[in-house]
Design a protein. Structure first.
Length: 323
């Protein structure tokens, strides 16, 4: 064999060893530990979550960083921040862990067992009905590990980008650079509300007349806000914004206080019907018919349990909506 052929074989051998470096040097335990640290941004919380000592967590992360030979995080005081490499590694760790969770669920399914993990993230408005649906769902699967995160839309999109959950529940879904599957499953009408003593109660209200009222608005990035702005823009009208708030409860309390009118999902009003402090106005062009959507990243392989809940919401989600 010629010297050049020997050299070529050595290069191929080195490349092969380099390509499989992580397979030989990174363990599943290291991957699990680093994913928890990256998600919690805390060695202490990761140790508590995994029932390990903090020195053990630190040692596992250190071993993974040494195997990768690149810094995974930076520590400033007591806080840690992921590096760009750390973000990429954490994302891959989550994919690996999800694959193993799915395998465990499938194996349990073969054994006739219904266990697994279901992680949901929903926008704050959906908290009026998603817990009801979950309560019914877990009657069929009482042994599942359940996680429910309620946050604003920007936070939900961040969670989608970081692949932190199985499914996401959103109303308005704006254009995004994230390729997503979006499946509508029940109506989500948006209405205008006012204090029950407001002079417009009981009247037919034009959009032009409504534009004279002070509005209590949701924060920038809110789906309800963008929908209302589009409705006003289509009529060449401007919204008089008195206050900007980031929760529906705060918006409703301000309307009860007669600080202005507001646009909300009709689903958020069902508790108010008991004492009628808030009234839906009869406004031209309202309700605006929107829908609740089940969302997940395109190409994501749903676990058996996530897929069961997905089908459950499509078939019975409307049963838990109070209008």
């Amino acid at each position: 064999m010629s010297t050049s052929e020997d050299s070529q074989q050595e290069l191929q051998k080195d490349a092969s060893q380099h390509n499989h470096f992580l397979l030989r040097h990174a363990s599943l335990r290291q991957i699990q530990v680093f994913e928890s640290v990256a998600r919690n941004l805390s060695f202490t919380r990761a140790a508590e979550e995994l029932h390990l000592t903090q020195p053990t967590v630190s040692a596992q992360v250190k071993s993974l960083a040494e195997a990768i030979d690149l810094p995974l995080y930076e520590q400033v005081g007591r806080k840690i921040f992921l590096t760009e490499v750390g973000e990429a590694v954490a994302s891959s760790c989550r994919q690996i862990i999800n694959t193993f969770y799915n395998l465990e669920i499938k194996l349990d399914d073969f054994r006739g067992m219904k266990r697994g993990r279901l992680r949901l993230a929903v926008i704050s408005t959906a908290k009026t009905f998603i817990p009801l649906a979950l309560g019914e769902f877990i009657k069929k699967y009482p042994d599942i590990e359940l996680s429910l995160t309620i946050c604003n839309r920007d936070s939900v999109f961040k969670r989608i980008d970081e692949n932190l959950d199985d499914l996401y529940i959103l109303g308005h879904v704006p254009p995004s650079n994230i390729d997503m599957e979006i499946v509508p499953f029940t109506p989500n009408p948006l209405v205008i509300i006012a204090n029950r003593e407001h002079p417009l109660v009981g009247k037919k209200v034009s959009m032009k007349r409504l534009a004279e009222e002070q509005f209590i608005m949701r924060e920038a990035g809110s789906g309800i806000r963008s929908t209302l702005e589009k409705a006003f823009d289509s009529k060449g009208l401007k919204i008089k914004e008195r206050l900007t708030l980031n929760t529906n409860e705060a918006v409703k309390h301000c309307v009860i206080g007669n600080l202005g009118v507001a646009c909300v999902s009709k689903h958020t009003l069902y508790l108010e019907k008991q004492h009628s402090r808030l009234v839906e106005l009869n406004v031209e062009g309202f309700p605006i018919e929107k829908s609740w959507n089940i969302v997940y990243p395109a190409g994501k392989e749903l676990s058996v349990i996530a897929n069961e809940f997905f089908e459950f919401l499509k078939e019975r989600g409307e049963d838990y909506i109070k209008i």
